[in-house]
Ligand binder design. Structure first.
Ligand code: UDP
Ligand code: MG
Length: 313
């Protein structure tokens, strides 16, 4: 008889005491309707400071299908997802947010897509951003537009981490062991056949989003600097243009002096200062960009662990 397949649901949790009980109830109810597959839930406590770990211990105690990994501190959702995927033993792995913003009901058509329809992966594509503020939603749309151009990878708005992957794709994602992780880029890098199912954006069930505007901005930078070298090339192009402009201005000044032409008045010390400031400002900016790449490379070379477990069951 063929071995029964297993779905692993991976749930990164950071201070989710308010959402967890409902998440567990609703997700379990959906998983139980999938007759042809068994399931497990792998929770990752990402250094929560509330009762999250206590709830996870209790779930693992009461339900043998629940397991957890608890980090020694907050390592971030990217590390949480990596840990969950590493611990999961299922034939299919799906990452879900604990706040029920990823509707559990989608697990059924997702499983059908990877189990019956021959896809390697089936993702939920979020439509609308009703739960988010106007500025935040505009910024994120803008980021994905620029990001796509810079990285040549499909990291479009709405395509999040909520996707069910088969074992081949999961293993490919796990092979990407970089320390500076950006999952959207990683999914796009590994490829595989993906089906998309749209779902309406819902507000989080309980608690608050763990992302501040600043952390989102830094995450966006992560995506671009981890997957694109275009900013570095831009430094070269702009630098070249500036040098050419400076050369032209110098020649004009020399010509004006030699031929006594009333070309333009470059004599003002003010103008010189503005140029100096402009040039050194730009140099600083590009030095900063180079610094970012160097610091990322430095972290990669340290081969630091992506996460550290304090307790697991
Ligand atoms: N999360 C995490 N570590 C963090 C921040 C968030 O594990 O440092 C988890 C969080 O508990 C939730 C998921 O990642 O299950 C998505 O976080 P959140 O709902 O705050 O993000 P948003 O939906 O606002 O993008
Ligand atoms: Mg959320």
């Amino acid at each position: 008889m063929k071995k029964r397949e297993k779905i692993s649901v991976i749930v990164p949790c950071y201070n989710e005491e308010a959402s967890l009980p409902r998440f567990y109830r609703e997700t379990k109810a959906v998983l139980q309707t999938i007759d042809s597959a068994d399931y497990e839930m792998v929770f990752v406590d990402d250094g929560s400071t509330d009762q999250t770990l206590r709830i996870l211990r209790q779930l693992a105690e009461e339900d043998s299908r629940c397991r957890y990994v608890s980090f020694s501190r907050n390592f971030g959702k990217e590390a949480g997802m990596y840990a969950g995927l590493s611990e999961a033993s299922g034939d299919y792995c799906v990452i879900m947010d604990a706040d029920l913003q990823h509707p559990p009901s989608l697990l059924v058509p997702m499983y059908q897509a990877v189990h019956e329809e021959g896809y390697d992966c089936c993702g939920g594509k979020r439509c609308g951003r009703d739960g988010d503020g106007a500025v935040r939603s505009l910024c994120s749309r803008l980021f994905y537009k620029i990001g796509k151009k810079l990285t040549h990878m499909d990291m479009s708005d709405g395509y999040g981490d909520f996707r069910m992957m088969n074992r081949a794709m999961t293993d490919a994602v796990l092979k990407m062991k970089e320390y500076n992780r950006y999952m959207k880029g990683i999914y796009s890098f590994v490829g595989f056949q993906t089906k998309w199912i749209e779902f309406e954006n819902v507000e989080r069930a309980q608690g608050e989003s763990k992302w501040s505007f600043r952390s989102l901005l830094s995450y966006a930078g992560e995506g671009i600097f981890a997957f694109s070298a275009v900013p570095l090339k831009a430094a070269g192009i702009v630098g070249g243009l500036l040098l050419a402009a400076a050369l032209v201005l110098l020649l004009l000044k020399l010509a004006a002096g030699i031929f006594r032409l009333p070309l333009a008045d470059f004599s003002g010390i003010g103008i010189l200062l503005i140029f100096l400031f402009l040039l050194s400002g730009l140099q600083m900016l590009f030095l900063y960009i180079i610094g970012i790449y160097l610091s990322k490379d430095c972290l990669e070379n340290k081969k630091r662990p992506i996460y550290i477990v304090r307790e697991k069951k």
